[in-house]
Structure formats: structure tokens, C-alpha cells
Design a protein around this ligand. Structure first.
Ligand code: AMP
Length: 818
């Protein structure tokens, strides 16, 4: 029942959580919040409903320990209740008891050596970059000037970040013109990546420079030049690449956090103190180069998701009377008609009202084969109109499109800690202080008892300080999870968090709903048989009964009767008999439409149709018997075809290591048997009521399986919640499916399920490899300290080098293919 609890928990919090965007003049509340905000600040929200939350993107974090430093540093600020920083996604959530508490966040984070940009600029808030400010009073001047403009609701200019957050009702051009009037240059950010990348370039040059200085000093030490010159070169190299970690270490110590910056800086300074300048400079240089490479590799993972955001075009051609006007997607409303020419990307979700084309839906569903679309079909933002001009009636605002939902869900998913990660984090929190204290003890005790010289043990202590960094271990899980979730998203599969990815990696049995999952779910009437009266009369009664049911079988009968032009009768007191059929009163008599079980329970003899029913069922068709309490009027046979890709997907699942595939259906034994053999499932359970499906899942769990259930997300909700993992199919069409399941296959077939299972298993393997690798490297380094085999630079290499290997191993998941 975990999933059910989890979902209802999410839902209940969704209504109570609010995010606040702060400004100089007023606060703006937006009712939308993401799961992560709910999760991370849930405890506070529960105890204090007046808590506000803000999300930020954090730049320049080199290692998971930086996240902890920021958390500790910011938690100390006035009225800040909780800070959660996620290193892998570079996102931070802050909860505070009042909106003003957010004001110093960006400045404070800069003091710690990082930068942050607010993310909840939803609603009408826009962020501009301001150039030309050279003092904080300039910021105030811009604010004051814009506050006199009636179109501006609120504005806040941050001098240190050069950013202006503003809520305004006029156009962006107006704002830019207003700002330029008072001598500054405002612009909408073109590429959010530009600033951190520019920083990376600078970092790169500094690392290279300090490497060159170390090399010079080293070469110099073999020549006749004074040793002092070499020492000076080492010292300059230390300052160049050690400035940033030292500054971060200072703030870490101030906030009583023992991060790797503190450990590395202490080791380097210690080395210099005992005259080991080369060692000290190498430590700092290797640390900087390691961090630089780690940041660079991890940016690739972060980018993979941000690239999704560029999928949908920012502008669209809107039909206004007979003209076509180019508008930004933000300005387009539901009901507007947009025109998409051949070869163009579709800018918003909508319904085709004119034209025909094939649409490549790969960005959403991961399927590269284009889908034919015509009038009445739904299309999604970000997909590509291959040929034929389309007139589309917009059905979703830009922030509600399927692709933006995917992006939000994926970002939230990546921020949730998987059980392994949470465990490793706990371990690291205890490990570092213990080893730190051990290092101090080692520096003092052995020489005190004359087991060696002070210098020898001080050096060993410094090595232990470096070994105390659990960087590789901390990073072993999150990068793998973020990469795997990113890979899945690109394949049209939403994995709602590391927990579900880990669960998917252990699944041994998968249960499938039959109708709509293994089969097309669009049954068609194939035969009819009447016992009394005409076929028209039978269909008229059937139409009257089924018109009020949403069951696919009912829809097929209604469609069939309508096509034949059969009129309905006057019916009343409609009732749905779950898992069996329907009933209604027509001209004073109760009529039923349903399966043989329903009629058996009503004690109505089926003798007259028994042979016909058996015959139809043996062909894999479903029978709908129409009758009253006294007699049977006729039988309608309905057949549903198996999806083209079901059998191949099930075969691929078997190869991916899933031991059992099981079909669950409310349908009769005969049909179940036939479809089960066509789909290649190992087992089937037939004639199940919805609650029986839950029992079937429990049965599989009692047999020792880790069970996943695949359904449409709506009708199978209880079974999906009972299973260890709930997987919904056809997410692109239904929002509910996207929100309730743990994993969502955006396409309307099982094609990507084997890939998802293989990817999850691979992710688990990589996480295990990473954890063992980091532990073994640390253990080896620890052991090598004592015989004196380890040098300081080797200790650093064992840390940053191992972290880099772990990251590179993890990002293989981004490219993982079947
Ligand atoms: P379900 O589990 O909802 O698919 O229903 C199980 C079985 O009940 C179906 O396979 C049909 O035989 C029967 N049934 C359910 N609803 C209807 C309906 N509206 N009309 C006819 N038969 C139905």
C-alpha cells in the first residue's frame, strides 16, 4: 500500500503548500508547488501552515559536501526554517516563516562562494538581467523608477546578481525601454547556462596556470636555482587554485560544518607548515582539477534535462480573423487557433481542427515512428509536424502542456533521495567527524608516546584528513539516479524518483491489465445473435443500457448501434454492476447487459445460448448477454485485438530478467486464455472483479515476487497502489495517469517497458559498483597510510579521482541503450 499512501500524501500536501516569490513591495503567492518542496519542507508545513517556500538553482557547487555547507550556512539566517540543497540537480529549497527572510539568500550564498538564481518565477514574474549597475544604490534607483510605472506591480533588483525580478502587465520591450531611460540596460536572459560556463572557463585557466607553476617549481628544484624560488612558485600555485576552497572552508567552519573544503585546506596548509610546499600545492591543484572535471561532467547530466525545456518553440502563428500573427506562447489562450506548417514543431498542446499530417512524437513518447493525425486528434507541444499544415485549437496554456508537466515531474523526481542515497548520506555524516577526530588523535598521541617523530605523525594525520572526505561515496548514487531518470525521460518514460528507479531494478514479476494495456482497448462488435425479436430490437435495448456506461465494451456497442442508425428506447434507473455489466428499467421492466456470470447470479438459464457463448469465447471474444429476469433476448459478441507490440515487449521483458509476466482480466476464461497465449504471458488470472486484482497482486507478492503492475492508471488504481511499483501506460493522453503512477510510459504501448526495466537494473548495478569502488579505495588509502606508502597527493587523488571515476561511471546511464 506504500504507493497509495505516498500518492494521497502528495495530494493532500499539494493543496496546503504555497510558494512565494518575494519582491521589494509585495509578496506574490502561487498555489503551485512541486513534490520536492512538499517532501523537503513537509514537516515544517505540517506544523506551521504559514511557512513560505522558494526554489533556487545553485551554481558553482563542486561536490556534495558543498550542499551541506550551504544548508548549514543559510539555516542560520533569521526566520529561515529549513534549507535543502540537492547537489545532483543543483537545486535548493528554502522554507521560511516570512517572505522577507528570502531577501538575503542570494547575497549570503555568494559569501559562501556560490551563486543562486530563484526558480519560482512563475505567474507573471519575469527575471531580467541588468547591465551597467556599479553600486547597490543603482539597484534602488531602478526599483524606485519602475515603481512609479502603473503597469509594474512589484519589482526587486539585486545588485550582486545583476538580476531584476518584476511583475508587470506591459510588454518586455516597455520594461527594457523604461530601464534604459535611467541609464541601464535590461535584457531577458538568453541562455541560462552562460554565466556558470563562463566561470568554468576562468576556473580552467587558473587550474592550468597553477599546474604550470608547480611544474616550473618542480623542474627548478633539480637545477641550480634557489630552493626559495621553487617554494615561492608552489605558494603562488597554492593561492591561485586554493583561494576558492579556502574561502568556502572559512564559511563552512563559521557555520560549523566539516566539509571537504575544510579538510583539503587544512591538509594543504598543514603540508606547507611542515615545509612540504610541493605536496601542499599538489594537493590543492589536484583538488581543483578534480572539482573542475567533476563539475564539467555533472553539468552534462543537468543539461540533459534542461535540453528538454528547449523542445517546444517559444512562438506560434495565431489565426486572428483571416490573418496569421506571430505571438509568444505565453500570450496564447485556450481556444485560440494556431497554425503549424510542415516541418515545424508544435508549440502548444491542442486538438486538430483542420488538416492532416504525420507527427513525430518522439520528444514525448520516445517513439520515433511518426503517428498519423487528422481532425479531432490531440497533438502535443514539442512534437514535430512532418508534412501537411495543421490548424490546432489550443487546449492547454504553456505552463500546463504535457511537456512542461514532464519537465516538472522529472526535475522533482531527480531531487528526491533514493533509499541508498539517504543511507549513504547518513553514513557520511558520521564517517567524516570520526575520521577527523582520529586524524587529530593520530597527530598527537603516537609521538607523545614516542612511537615516532612529530613530523612523521603530523603528515600521517594530514593524510587521514584527506581520506576523511567521503566525496566519491556521497556521489555514488545521486548522479546515477539523475542520469537514469534523464535517459528514461528522453525515451518517453517518466520515473518519479530514485526510490522507484531502485524498486524497478528489483522487480521479478509484472502484472498487466488486459484491456487497453495488452490489447488495443477498443473492442468492436463482431457478431450478434437474437433469440426473440429482431436484431434492431436487440441493439436498441443494448444501446439504451450501454449508453450510460463508460466501459470500452459499452462504447463499442453504442458505436455499432449508432452507426446502424438504431434509435434508443426510453430507459431509467441505470445501474453499473461492477465487473459484470449494467442494468436499466425500460418500459417498466428491468433489463440487463453483461457477462454470463451476471446472468448465472440472477438465476437466469443460459441453456439456450450456452453453445453459442462457448463457441464465441473459444475464439477469444467477449460475450455480452442481453436479457431480463425472465428471459434472454440475444447475445452480442465483441472482440478486442492485441497490440502489435505487446508480444515483442513481453519477450524482451523476459530477456531483461523479469521472471514472471501475468495478465489480469475481468474477462472470461476462454478469452483470457487466448489473449494470454497471443501475448506470451506466463500466467493469467481471469474473471476478476477490481478487488480480485488486488488479491492477485498480493498472491504474487506472497509467492516472494517484487511485483509491478501495469495499467491505464485510472481503472486499475487499487491494483497499481498495491503493487510494489505502479506503472501507467498512455501518459500523454491522461493527466491522472501521469500524476498517480510511480512510472509512466508516455506512449500508448509497452514498447519502452523492457528498456525501463533494463535501465533500472543497470542503474542498480552502477550504484553498487560505485559504492564498492569508493569504499575499497578509501579502505586501501587508510591501510596504506600506516606503512607510509601513501603520500598526500595520492590521498587527494584517491578522493577526487575516485569521485570523478564514480561520476563518469554514472553518466554512462545517460547513453544507455537496450
Ligand atoms: P471489467 O473488469 O470492468 O473489464 O469487467 C469485467 C467484465 O464484465 C467484462 O469483460 C464484461 O464481460 C463485463 N462488463 C463490465 N461492464 C460491462 C458493460 N458495461 N457491458 C457489458 N459487459 C460488461
Amino acid at each position: 500500500m506504500t504507493n497509495q499512501c505516498c500518492n494521497s500524501h502528495k495530494n493532500s500536501e499539494k493543496t496546503c503548500c504555497s510558494s512565494t516569490v518575494q519582491s521589494s513591495t509585495k509578496q506574490e503567492k502561487s498555489s503551485c508547488c512541486n513534490h520536492n518542496e512538499q517532501q523537503t519542507v513537509s514537516t515544517i508545513l505540517n506544523s506551521n501552515p504559514s511557512v513560505e517556500t522558494m526554489s533556487y538553482r545553485v551554481h558553482s557547487m563542486d561536490c556534495a559536501a558543498c550542499a551541506l555547507t550551504i544548508e548549514k550556512g543559510l539555516s542560520k539566517l533569521k526566520d529561515i526554517d529549513e534549507v535543502k540543497v540537492n547537489f545532483s540537480t543543483a537545486k535548493m529549497q528554502v522554507a521560511a516563516s516570512n517572505a522577507d527572510a528570502f531577501l538575503p539568500i542570494e547575497t549570503e550564498i555568494q559569501k559562501l562562494g556560490y551563486s543562486a538564481e530563484p526558480l519560482n518565477s512563475r505567474g507573471n514574474f519575469k527575471t531580467y538581467e541588468i547591465a551597467g549597475m556599479d553600486c547597490s544604490s543603482c539597484a534602488k534607483s531602478i526599483e524606485n523608477h519602475l515603481n512609479t510605472n502603473p503597469a509594474v506591480k512589484s519589482v526587486s533588483v539585486n545588485f550582486s546578481t545583476g538580476k531584476m525580478k518584476i511583475e508587470h502587465s506591459n510588454t518586455a520591450e516597455d520594461i527594457i525601454a523604461e530601464v534604459s531611460k535611467i541609464g541601464y540596460k535590461a535584457s531577458l536572459p538568453v541562455n541560462k547556462q552562460s554565466s556558470p560556463k563562463a566561470k568554468n572557463k576562468n576556473g580552467n585557466a587558473l587550474v592550468m596556470l597553477s599546474g604550470a607553476l608547480i611544474a616550473l617549481g618542480f623542474i627548478g628544484s633539480f637545477s641550480d636555482i634557489s630552493p626559495l624560488l621553487s617554494t615561492i612558485l608552489y605558494a603562488i600555485a597554492m593561492v591561485i587554485s586554493g583561494y576558492k576552497p579556502a574561502r568556502s572552508a572559512f564559511y563552512a567552519i563559521k557555520s560549523r560544518s566539516l566539509d571537504m573544503n575544510v579538510l583539503m585546506s587544512t591538509a594543504a596548509i598543514g603540508a606547507a607548515l611542515i615545509g612540504e610546499w610541493l605536496e601542499g600545492a599538489t594537493v590543492v591543484w589536484l583538488f581543483a582539477i578534480g572539482n573542475y572535471l567533476q563539475t564539467k561532467s555533472i553539468e552534462r547530466t543537468r543539461d540533459s534535462i534542461r535540453n528538454l525545456m528547449d523542445l517546444a518553440p517559444p512562438e506560434a502563428w495565431v489565426k486572428v480573423d483571416s490573418d496569421l500573427i506571430k505571438k509568444s506562447v505565453e500570450e496564447i489562450n485556450i481556444g485560440d487557433i494556431i497554425v503549424v506548417k510542415p516541418g515545424e514543431k508544435i508549440p502548444l498542446d491542442g486538438e486538430i481542427i483542420l488538416g492532416e499530417s504525420s507527427v513525430n512524437q518522439a520528444p514525448i513518447t520516445g517513439e520515433s515512428i511518426p503517428v498519423d493525425k487528422s481532425i479531432g486528434d490531440s497533438v502535443y507541444a514539442g512534437t514535430i509536424n512532418e508534412h501537411g499544415s495543421l490548424d490546432i485549437k489550443v487546449t492547454k496554456l504553456v505552463e500546463d502542456t504535457t511537456i512542461s508537466k514532464i519537465i516538472n515531474l522529472v526535475e522533482e523526481a531527480q531531487e528526491q533521495k533514493a533509499p541508498t542515497e539517504a543511507f549513504v548520506d547518513k553514513f557520511a555524516k558520521i564517517y567524516t567527524p570520526i575520521v577527523f577526530i582520529l586524524a587529530l588523535v593520530m597527530m598527537v598521541l603516537p609521538p607523545l608516546f614516542r612511537f615516532g617523530t612529530w613530523g612523521e605523525w603530523f603528515y600521517k594525520g594530514l593524510e587521514l584528513l584527506v581520506v576523511a572526505c567521503p566525496c566519491a561515496l556521497v556521489i555514488s548514487t545521486p548522479v546515477a539516479i539523475v542520469s537514469a531518470i534523464g535517459n528514461a525521460a528522453k525515451n518517453g518514460v517518466l520515473i518519479k524518483g530514485g526510490t522507484f528507479l531502485e524498486k524497478a531494478g528489483t522487480i521479478t514479476a509484472i502484472a498487466f491489465d488486459k484491456t487497453g494495456t495488452l490489447t488495443e482497448g477498443k473492442p468492436k462488435v463482431s457478431d450478434t445473435k437474437t433469440l426473440t425479436g429482431s436484431e434492431g430490437e436487440l441493439l436498441s435495448i443494448a444501446l439504451t443500457l450501454e449508453d450510460h456506461s463508460t466501459h470500452p465494451i459499452a462504447k463499442s456497442i453504442v458505436g455499432y448501434a449508432n452507426k446502424k442508425g438504431i434509435p434508443p428506447k426510453h430507459g431509467e434507473l441505470f445501474k453499473n454492476i461492477v465487473g459484470k455489466g449494467v442494468q436499466a428499467t425500460i418500459e417498466g421492466e428491468i433489463y440487463y447487459a453483461g457477462n454470463p456470470k451476471l446472468f448465472e447470479e440472477l438465476h437466469i438459464s443460459l441453456a439456450e445460448v450456452k453453445k453459442y457463448v462457448q463457441d464465441i469465447q473459444s475464439k477469444g471474444k467477449t460475450v455480452v448477454i442481453i436479457g431480463t429476469k425472465h428471459s434472454i433476448i440475444g447475445v452480442i459478441a465483441v472482440s478486442d485485438t492485441i497490440r502489435e507490440t505487446s508480444a515483442s515487449a513481453l519477450n524482451a521483458l523476459e530477456q531483461s530478467g523479469v521472471q514472471q509476466t501475468v495478465m489480469l482480466t475481468g474477462d472470461n476464461e476462454g478469452t483470457a486464455k487466448l489473449i494470454a497465449s497471443e501475448a506470451n504471458v506466463h500466467r493469467y488470472f481471469a474473471e476478476l472483479l477490481p478487488e480480485d486484482k488486488v488479491d492477485a497482486i498480493k498472491k504474487l507478492q506472497n509467492e516472494g515476487h517484487h511485483v509491478a503492475m501495469v495499467g491505464d492508471g485510472i481503472n486499475d488504481a487499487p491494483a497499481l497502489a498495491t503493487a510494489d511499483l505502479g506503472i501507467a501506460m498512455g501518459g500523454a493522453g491522461t493527466d491522472t495517469a501521469m500524476e498517480t503512477a510511480d512510472i509512466v510510459l508516455m506512449a500508448d504501448n509497452l514498447d519502452k517497458l523492457p528498456h525501463t526495466m533494463k535501465l533500472s537494473r543497470k542503474a542498480l548495478t552502477i550504484i553498487k559498483q560505485n559504492i564498492w569502488f569508493s569504499i575499497i579505495i578509501k579502505a586501501a588509502a587508510l591501510v596504506l597510510i600506516f606503512p607510509g606508502f601513501l603520500t598526500l597527493w595520492m590521498a587527494v587523488l584517491s578522493d577526487t579521482g575516485a569521485a570523478l571515476i564514480v561520476i563518469l561511471n554514472s553518466i554512462r546511464l545517460l547513453k544507455f541503450k537496450e
